[in-house]
Design a protein around this ligand. Structure first.
Ligand code: SF4
Ligand code: SF4
Length: 367
């Protein structure tokens, strides 16, 4: 039986966040269960791209601060790191805008950059991840245009450094292929504890171009698969319909069957949002698989750059796994014949200048 602790938290006032995070971790046995004096603890938030905390793209800094304080109170030292999209080209801007640098300076936490790696089964994993005595993952509840939802399992993909992440996207642009890679990375980097920022999540076309949505929940657990299953319930999905969760469960990495998950703290039903908006790329999942496959063959979407919003920063070009974006002084363009529809460009654009264009059938089916 896996345990997931849930605590209500109405906003990002630090005292409230600290209370909710502490209470949820206490339900699992307290931070002292995970952190022993002298341990080097790595906090791994979701720092996808440069965005303000209120935009709900990145893990809120007050949640990271609360987890860091608890680690320090238990006697551990705190490091914070992530490998965001665009190969971390704008990592300094991300740290500034997300508020992470501010809280790190105020709390004397060390910020580390994931720019060295060791290969594990052909995948470069950040050395800071492999060297930590304990990793605490701090994902945010968000939708995702390819994987429907991004949560605890997918947060570990941010431990993969450099070009390899883009290579994965180019080889596996579709949900099932990408899910296989996400599950493999999770199996190699399993954190000792996961604390989820679900106080304000993201609905719609996440993980970066959706809209903030209050969910008022902090979650904590050891089993990321069980956490993602509870997350799926909260945003109105059947946990096993989320391919990543399903595959991780099949691989024996955790529990996704709600009857085998013990929810501690506040009741899960009290957090369910009935009208939570899923990404517009999501097909009708109620269709039987063969029909769904046929529909998917006819449905299509592509990224589209809005030249009036684009500031030509080049991040999308750096993130594109097949190098099919051209950024020039006077215009930007996408070579659609090479584009693999991975939507990495859409994910990393800090200005929301890339929207997703759908063909007529996709619009008719999905609205
Ligand atoms: S679309 Fe424009 S603003 Fe957005 S990442 Fe690309 S170059 Fe930067
Ligand atoms: S243009 Fe965007 S969606 Fe197409 S391959 Fe490049 S990053 Fe992926």
């Amino acid at each position: 039986m896996s345990k997931v602790a849930l605590r209500r938290c109405e906003d990002y006032d630090f005292d409230k966040v600290y209370k909710a995070v502490k209470s949820s971790v206490d339900l699992l046995g307290g931070m002292e269960r995970f952190v022993k004096p002298g341990m080097k603890v790595l906090l791994k938030p979701n720092l996808l791209t440069a965005a303000l905390p209120d935009e709900a793209v990145t893990t809120h800094p007050e949640v990271v601060r609360a987890v860091g304080r608890l680690v320090r109170e238990a006697g551990g030292t705190v490091r914070i790191g992530d490998a965001p999209g665009g190969y971390g080209k704008n990592i300094d801007e991300i740290l500034d805008k997300s508020g992470l640098r501010r809280i790190a300076e105020e709390e004397w936490f060390e910020l580390v950059k994931f720019n060295t790696a060791s290969f594990k089964d052909g995948i470069p994993i950040a050395k800071h991840v492999l060297e930590a005595d304990l990793m605490i993952s701090i994902p945010k509840i968000k939708t995702h245009c390819i994987t429907v939802m991004t949560g605890a399992i997918k947060n570990m993909f941010g431990t993969v450094t450099g070009l390899h992440k883009a290579e994965c996207h180019s080889k596996a642009p579709r949900e099932g292929d990408l899910a296989r890679i996400l599950v493999k990375v999770y199996s190699m980097t399993k954190p000792g504890l996961t604390v989820v920022d679900g106080i304000v999540g993201m609905e719609g076309d996440g993980p970066s171009a959706g809209k903030p949505r209050a969910l008022n929940v902090v979650m904590a657990g050891i089993d990321a698969v069980a956490i993602d299953a509870c997350m799926a319930k909260i945003i109105g999905l059947n946990p096993l319909d989320v391919v990543v969760t399903n595959m991780a469960c099949e691989a024996g990495l955790g529990v996704a069957d709600m009857s085998k998950i013990e929810v501690l703290g506040d009741r899960l039903d009290s957090f369910i949002v009935k009208d939570f908006k899923l990404p517009r790329t999501m097909p009708l999942r109620i269709l039987p698989r063969p029909i769904l496959k046929w529909f998917l063959g006819l449905m299509s979407f592509k990224p589209d750059i809005d030249y009036d919003i684009c500031v030509k920063c080049g991040l999308c070009k750096a993130a594109c796994p097949v190098n099919c974006i051209s950024i020039r002084e006077t215009f930007c363009s996408i070579d659609y014949s090479a584009c693999v529809r991975c939507l990495c460009c859409h994910e990393v654009c800090p200005h929301k200048a890339i929207s997703i264009k759908r063909n007529l059938l996709t619009k008719m089916i999905w609205g």
